[in-house]
Design a binder for this molecule. Sequence first.
Ligand SMILES: [Zn+2]
Length: 579
Amino acid sequence: MKGIKAVADLLLNYPNSRARYLIHKYCYNEKINFWLRAQFPDDSKQFLDEFKRIQISLIASYHDYYDQKKIGDQPKLFSDLYKRVSFSIENGRMALRSIDSVYLTAFICSMAASSNYLAMNFPQWIQTSIVDDVLKITSFNENISPYITNQIMMCVQKIKSKVPNGCFEGINHLAPIFNKLVELNNQRSTQLEPDDQSPDESLGLYDTPFKHSSSQSVLYQQLIAAKFNKFKKHKEEEIAKGSNSERLCKKLYYRNLMSSINPTSGAWLSAGMSHPSFLLSPFEFTAALCRRNTIYNTSIPTLNSHVTENPQNYQCPCYGRIIMIDPYGYHLTNCKIAGGAIRLHDNVVHTLVMLFRSLGLSVALEPLHVFSQIEADDERRPDILIRNPHGGGPQTVVEVAVSSFNNRNRTNNNKPEQVPIETEKQKTRKYGKAAEENHLRLCPAAFSTTGEMGPSIKKLLLEQIRLKLQLVDGEVKRSKVQKIMKHCVRHISAAINRSASRNIFLKVTKMVNLARHNQQNFSSSTFCDSTSSSASSSPDELVQQPTTRTSNYKSRCYPKLSLFLVLENVLHVYLDKYT
Ligand SMILES: [Zn+2]
C-alpha cells in the first residue's frame, strides 16, 4: 500500500495532468488487477477502501481539485464522481474502471484459469474429463477447502445479486461455475461477428462487441453495464426532485450525460498525445473534464453573494436574453460574444478541410460565388466545397454548424440526437434550394459542443473513405475503413474539445480582468507602493501560454520526473501502435 501511495503522490506532483490520466489508466490500474487476481477476496477488502481514496485524489486532480481536505469534506460529490469516471468512454465517461467490479471478478477468474493445473496436482479436489472434445471439470470437492469454496461463492453471490440474469444464472455449485468461466474464456475464438449492426457499428466506430480477451472482461462488462444502467436511471429520476434551481442543475447534468453517450464525443480522450493537435495544457484538460463530468470549474469566477459586486460581470446577454454564466463552462464554450462561437466553428471547418485533403480531395475553403449561377448577387459563402468527390458525383458543399447540446431544439432529455438533426434541417432550409439549383450536393455537417456528429457528415466521410480505398486498393477492407474513420473522428473530436477549452480560457481571463478593473476603482487600501500594488500587473501578463509542453519541465524541480517522462514516451509509442 505504501508503494502504491508513494506512486500516487508522485503522480499528483506531475504537472502534466493529461499524461497523468493516461499513466493512471494504462499503467497504474492494470497492476492492481494482477495483484487482486492472486489474493483471497477477504484479504484485499481493506486494501480496496484505501485504494479508492487514492484514486479519488487522482481523479479530483484532473478537475483541478488538489486540496485533500476539501475533497474529504465533500464525500458525496467525489464518490459520485468516482462512480462516473469508471464507466467507459463510449458511455460518456473516462474508462477508469470500477475497482469493486474488478475485485469481484479477479479471484474467481484467476482460479478458473488455473483450474486445469490444480486438477493435475490435486486430483482429490478437482477432477476433469473430456466431454464432447472439451476438457470439463466433472467434480469439485467443496469440502476439501471450505475457505476457498466460501470465498468463491461469496463473489459469485455478489455478482448474481448485481446481474441477476448474467452468466451465473441458476448455477450454484463450483464445478459448473468453473466450467462456465472456462467457456467464457474460449468464447472469443468461436464468436462470429453479428449480422445486425447498428449504424454506428457499421461506421466502424464501435469495437466489435465480442472482442473480450478473457472471462474476467466478459464478467466485468456485465457488471459495469448493470451498474451503468442503474446509475443512469437514478440520475433520470433525480431530475424531478429538489428545488427549482436544483432541478435545473440535475437536468443539465443528465442532458450532458446523455449527449456524451456515443462513440465520437469522447474520442479525444483516447486519442493519446502523439499528434500536436491532441495535446492539451493542464488548464484545457481541466476545463474539458469539468464540462464532461459536470463538475464546478474552479477557474471560472462566480458571483459571491456576500460581497457587493456587479452581477452583470457574471451574466451574458449573447443569445438574446440575459443568463448567468454557469460554473461548468457550458455557456463559455460557444458564447457568441468576443468570437467564441465563431472560433469553435472555424476550427472545426479547418479540421474537416485537413481531413478531406488527406483523402485526396480538392477542397476550397469558403469559396466565393458558389451559388451565383442562378442569381448573380448571391454572396453566400458556404464553409467548404469539395470539387472532385470520389465516385464522380456532383460537387459537394459542406456547411458546418456547432450547436450547444442543451439548446432550444432539445425537447427530450433522452434524445440528444435532436440537436444535430435539427441543425441539419436548418442548414438544409437555408442552402438546400440554392444548392439544388446550382447542381451541387449539400452536406450539412452538424456537431454539438459535446462532440456529437450529425448523421450526414458521418455518411459523407464514410462514403468518401470507401470510394478512396476502392480507387487505391481495388478493394474495401472493413478494418481499413474503421481505422481511417477512427482517425477522422479523433481529429474532429479533439478540435471541438480543444477549441471549447480555449474559449473558456479566454473568457475566464476576460472575466478576471473585468473583476480586477472594478476592484481598482473602489479599493480603500490605496496607500501602498506602486510596485507592490495589486493593480499593477494584469493577469494576462502572468498567465502562462495555453500550450505547455512536458519537455519544459524536465527534471528541474521534480527529481523523479525523469521516470515519468520515460513512461510517457513509452505510452506514446504504445498508443500509436495499438489504438
Ligand atoms: Zn455568452
